[in-house]
Design a protein around this ligand. Structure first.
Ligand code: FE2
Ligand code: FE2
Length: 178
């Protein structure tokens, strides 16, 4: 049986690869004073579907409830902080979509688009570091065999329900096209 957080840590590797690529693009776009539409739109699609809907869905619906049952507090504890940061990420992507729409329609607001990208990159990196270094090891310590089974089958359900068959793989490939 896989560990409690193995599937989530694997998602983190893909998400970190994407933010590394985005960081390179942002530097390029600042230099050339031009944003490549296709590349930014692929990033937004990845952030909404893979990172938020699927990965954060797996954490919020499968892992966090399990940790709460094992006594790790939600309010005033690490889970509350993680939920708050998921929400900040959602808001940043919402703002990014609007700013990008204006930029591509009217050619205005390049700095705004790139600044939001940078805020998102910083948020995601420190968020994932906290999960990988603190929350996930904490979870592995308190989980038993039943928790691991339930949580892993919950991850599969969320992936299937939120993305559908094959979509997880397609998005992983999209990650390399940003
Ligand atoms: Fe998270
Ligand atoms: Fe995560």
């Amino acid at each position: 049986m896989e560990g409690l957080t193995y599937s989530l840590a694997r998602d983190h590797d893909v998400i970190l690869r994407v933010v590394d690529r985005l960081e390179t693009r942002v530097a390029e776009w600042r230099r050339t004073n031009n944003i490549e539409r296709e590349s930014l739109e692929k990033f937004i699609e990845f952030a909404k579907l893979f990172t938020d809907r699927c990965h954060h869905g797996k954490e919020e619906r499968c892992l966090f409830p399990c940790l709460e049952r094992r006594g790790i507090p939600r309010e005033g504890g690490p889970i509350g902080v993680m939920l708050y940061e998921h929400e900040i990420g959602r808001q940043l992507i919402g703002r990014l979509e609007k700013a990008a729409e204006m930029y591509f329609a009217e050619g205005r607001g390049l700095d705004e688009v790139l600044n939001i990208c940078e805020d998102y990159i910083n948020l995601i990196r420190q968020h994932i570091a906290k999960e990988n270094d603190i929350l996930f090891p904490m979870g592995e310590k308190v989980a038993d065999e039943g928790d691991r089974e339930r949580t892993n089958s919950c991850y599969e359900d969320v992936e299937l329900r939120e993305l559908g068959e094959g979509e997880h793989h397609r998005l992983e490939e999209l990650a390399d096209e940003i």
